[in-house]
Write a protein that binds this ligand. Structure first.
Ligand code: PHE
Length: 344
């Protein structure tokens, strides 16, 4: 046992001397091999020596050797950290620096707004549907009662992929897709991206979001449309919100209306308001009773069933709600802008 202790002391000294001479990775590897190498390493020879000891001495000897092994491993790690170009982190940790904060991803403001819309409609028993952004001429126009050369198509001009395939200009084609598969009663909303040939300005972009609504059942009237939309808009914008319906035209609804809400930016008080142009009103959606021809196109009997639909711009309405003067802010991915919406 004394012999073993002496040997360990000897190795310790040797290790101290040799480690002081290590200058590079090669030297480090040699040192490690000399002491910890499996075949001829010093540690191995120490363990070999244990074999000659009595059973009573073995545990104590094992402790000594293992402590020595730990000592060597610790020193080797320190040595490695001090070598040029190696273990930089180990040497350069500055514990006085503040930690790096993590930035978690968060929903986009348009998505947040869409979720608010979905929640209100789900509360009224609506289901959520979606459909393709690349559509056929049939679903985007024809089935919605736009004949091939009808001038109404001009206001829904888009990017064509082929003569027959196009980027959908509204979420209304999904009305058709749903009515082809499901029979009344139908009560759905359809949020999604739509595309138009548009010159960019503060409230127009060639890509934007819409949410479509569709209700079909026996005995559905314009009063249901009015009541549902008023309830929705007042839940969204406040109980006292002024809402007005104006007559309008869409090929797929009859009668049709456009719905305005009071300008929330100026409260109908600023004659030079940039958002409402001093009119006090902002148009936010189109709506109407489903045209009987549309029902015929999907084999629903217009004598038996009636329904209403609406289409609202999500980002356009979000702009009003958050009082954002420029639609492009939503899509520039400037984190200083986007982060403001996730403070809750
Ligand atoms: N699809 C129409 C648009 O994009 C809106 C609308 C939907 C109008 C449903 C009436 C009924 O402008």
């Amino acid at each position: 046992m004394t012999n073993l202790k002496g040997k360990i002391e000897e190795y310790k000294k040797k290790f101290a001397e040799e480690s002081a001479r290590v200058r590079d990775e090669k030297g480090l590897a040699e040192l490690r091999n000399e002491f910890l190498g499996r075949k001829k390493g010093c540690l191995t020879s120490l363990f070999d020596e244990m074999k000659g000891l009595s059973a009573a001495e073995k545990p104590g000897a094992g402790l000594l050797i293992n402590a020595f092994k730990d000592h060597i491993q610790e020193k080797l790690t320190l040595l490695e950290g001090g070598l040029p170009g190696r273990g930089r982190a180990a040497r350069s940790i500055d514990l006085t620096l503040p930690g790096r904060s993590l930035y978690w991803g968060a929903p986009h403001p348009v998505v947040l707004f869409q979720q608010e819309i979905e929640n209100i409609f789900m509360g009224m028993g609506f289901a959520i549907e979606d459909g393709p952004e690349i559509e056929t001429d049939y679903y985007n126009f024809e089935a919605l009662n736009f004949p091939p050369h009808h001038p109404a198509r001009d206001s829904w001009d888009t990017l064509y992929i082929t003569d027959n395939l196009l980027l959908r200009t509204h979420t209304s084609p999904v009305q058709i897709r749903v009515m082809e598969k499901k029979k009344p009663p139908i009560r759905i909303i359809i949020p999604g991206r739509v595309y138009r040939r548009e010159t960019t300005d503060p409230t127009h972009l060639p890509m934007f979001y819409q949410v479509e609504g569709l209700v079909v059942d026996a005995g559905i009237t314009f009063a249901h449309l009015k009541g549902t939309l008023e309830y929705f808009l007042r839940t969204m914008f406040g109980e006292k919100l002024k809402v007005r319906f104006r007559p309008s035209f869409f090929p797929f609804t009859e009668p049709s209306a456009e719905v305005d809400i009071e300008c929330i930016v100026c409260g109908q008080k600023d004659k030079s308001c940039r958002v409402c142009g001093g009119t006090g009103w902002k148009e936010i959606l189109g709506a109407g009773m489903v045209d009987p021809q549309v029902f015929k196109n999907v084999n629903i009997d217009p004598e038996k069933y009636s329904g209403w639909a609406f289409g609202m711009g999500i980002d356009r309405t979000a702009m009003l709600s958050y009082q954002i003067p420029e639609m492009r802010f939503f899509y520039e991915n400037d984190l200083r802008f986007l982060r403001q919406f996730n403070l809750k």
